[in-house]
Design a protein around this ligand. Structure first.
Ligand SMILES: *Cc1c(COP(=O)(O)O)cnc(C)c1O
Length: 246
């Protein structure tokens, strides 16, 4: 812990004092039934340790390599962290995370799901997965539409999966100040969830998560039925990206 701390700059220390305050502020406004995923992408492990110190256990990352490095750095000192992959996952990278990842929020194809199942089996694990749904009008966002999801759920391959546990749906609303638009997009995710739940998972207690809501829109997300909010900048501050990273 102390050696870790030496690499933190003074300015960062000031930021870290805020991390606990920020988490507690959010927690006090979250209903009991809503989980907080602390999105730590681009931030140093010291920030994660700080959040861990006030009881935060679920951390969201959007890149495999970065999550791997953080998992490696913290697996002894913070062994009960639950790592959630929230960003796009390429099939060729699945093998790096199946030994430890707790949940993958971004499943957007049957091919990817089959790959997760295959590697989870090798690692002797069952991995919780969410289907990422395309709810924003922006073209750039990943995700499935309802028909594509139904196609996956009705495919014979899907029915044979044993090492993935489908826990619900995830979505990202448009990045806009138009809160009514955001609300409508979130409502459409909830409707798709209800439809799929009723038709395919009515007796499955594990199918219960709606992962929606980020720093700018988590309060709306909760009103619209979110069960998991993924919050980064409100907890850890602004992200600073390296010049040549995506
Ligand atoms: C970065 C990210 C978040 C958190 O965004 P903030 O605006 O910093 O809260 C949530 N979900 C996904 C998928 C992300 O990539």
């Amino acid at each position: 812990m102390c050696r870790l701390m030496q690499s933190v700059r003074l300015l960062d220390l000031i930021g870290m004092v805020e991390i606990v305050k920020n988490i507690e502020g959010i927690r006090s406004r979250l209903p009991m039934s809503v989980e907080l995923v602390a999105v730590s992408k681009t931030h140093p492990v010291e920030y994660i340790v700080e959040a861990y110190s006030c009881g935060q256990r679920i951390f969201g990352e959007n890149k495999v390599q970065e999550m791997d490095q953080k998992h490696e750095a913290l697996k002894d000192s913070c062994p009960d962290i639950k790592w959630h992959l929230i960003g796009h996952l390429q099939t060729n990278k699945v093998k790096y995370i199946t030994s430890y990842v707790d949940m993958i929020h971004s499943v957007d194809s049957l091919k990817l799901l089959l790959e997760i199942d295959k590697h989870a089996k090798k690692d002797g694990r069952v991995i919780k997965c969410l289907f990422e749904m395309h709810i924003a009008s922006e073209e750039t966002k990943f995700g499935l539409d309802r028909d594509e999801l139904v196609q996956i759920l009705e495919s014979p391959e899907f029915k044979s999966l044993q090492n993935v546990k489908i826990c619900g749906l995830m979505g990202m609303a448009s990045n806009t100040d138009d809160t009514e638009k955001v609300r409508m997009e979130m409502r459409s995710l909830k409707e798709t969830f209800d439809f799929v739940k009723k038709k395919y998972f009515a007796k499955d207690l594990d199918f219960r998560e709606i992962s929606m809501g980020m720093s700018s829109d988590w309060k709306i997300a909760i009103q619209e039925g979110s069960t998991m909010v993924r919050i980064g900048s409100t907890i850890f501050g602004k992200r600073i990206y390296a010049v040549n990273s995506k």
